[in-house]
Design a binder for this molecule. Sequence first.
Ligand code: ADP
Ligand code: MG
Length: 293
Amino acid sequence: ATPTALMVGVGRSAQLGILIKGPEALEASRAVDTVVLDKTGTLTTGTMTVVETHAADEVGTGEVLRLAGAVETGSEHPIGKAIAERARDELGDLPSPEDFTAVPGFGAHADVDGVRVVVGNERLLAERDIPVPPELAERLRRAQSRAATAVVVAVDGRAIGVLVLRDQLKPSASAAVATLREMGLRTVLLTGDTEAAARTVAGELGIDEVLAGVLPADKARTIDRLRENGARVAMVGDGINDGPALAGADLGMAIARGSDIAVRSADMVLVREDLRVVPDAIRLANRTLTTIR
Ligand code: ADP
Ligand code: MG
């Protein structure tokens, strides 16, 4: 590689709002043909808000929010933060959780006022053998068909409520995806969220393929599998979850406001919130490589 060619690439990239982790980062990236996009925090703002609280017959919605909010006081996850914030806004001070445990890709649980409270997706409930009564299951399905994220709240092994959260697509997401497709690139949505929620977002944005319900530990394996099948993969992500997948992609791109782990694992860091920088970055990587060779 000629150092001059690399410096040109790096100088241009800075103007576009792209930080490149040294010349080796680009040398490793073969010309990309597939772009894998994380959903929460990458295509969406990642700022969730609770839009609905549902309670099983025998409890009030205030109690659902109080217990869930108390658990999530300890959470770093956008969903957890949104639940704690809404609970504090509506109810004031919350009880302190004890023995808080985050289960990445599933949810969280903690002791609140002497009871074990679980907040998370259906997968987490199933794993802990907690049944979801039909009226709450119906709430989950309705939320997912609208691309909303819904979590169940359970107390001592009994589901007592459902919280529905909404996240906004970034305004630039649809233009970015359109440009990627015009460039002839295959686009893939990769998320830990449900198939229904993911399909709705992919449909709105025109993304070709959906890989949903992927556990954090499996995101990297998913990238490996695409590469084994001959794809040259760029991955765009923001979360702690996305670190290994970003590191395993031919070209890993982290959203700058994302987690430290994502930023550390990536080849490129996208400084601007505007996702149209993703096609710019891929063009730049490809062009820089051509110049080097
Ligand atoms: P993504 O891949 O879209 O960034 P994650 O893998 O972080 O999503 O999370 C997947 C799912 O796990 C969420 O959609 C949610 O159902 C559940 N979940 C994760 N963390 C929490 C939490 N702190 N509280 C409740 N549910 C959670
Ligand atoms: Mg994410």
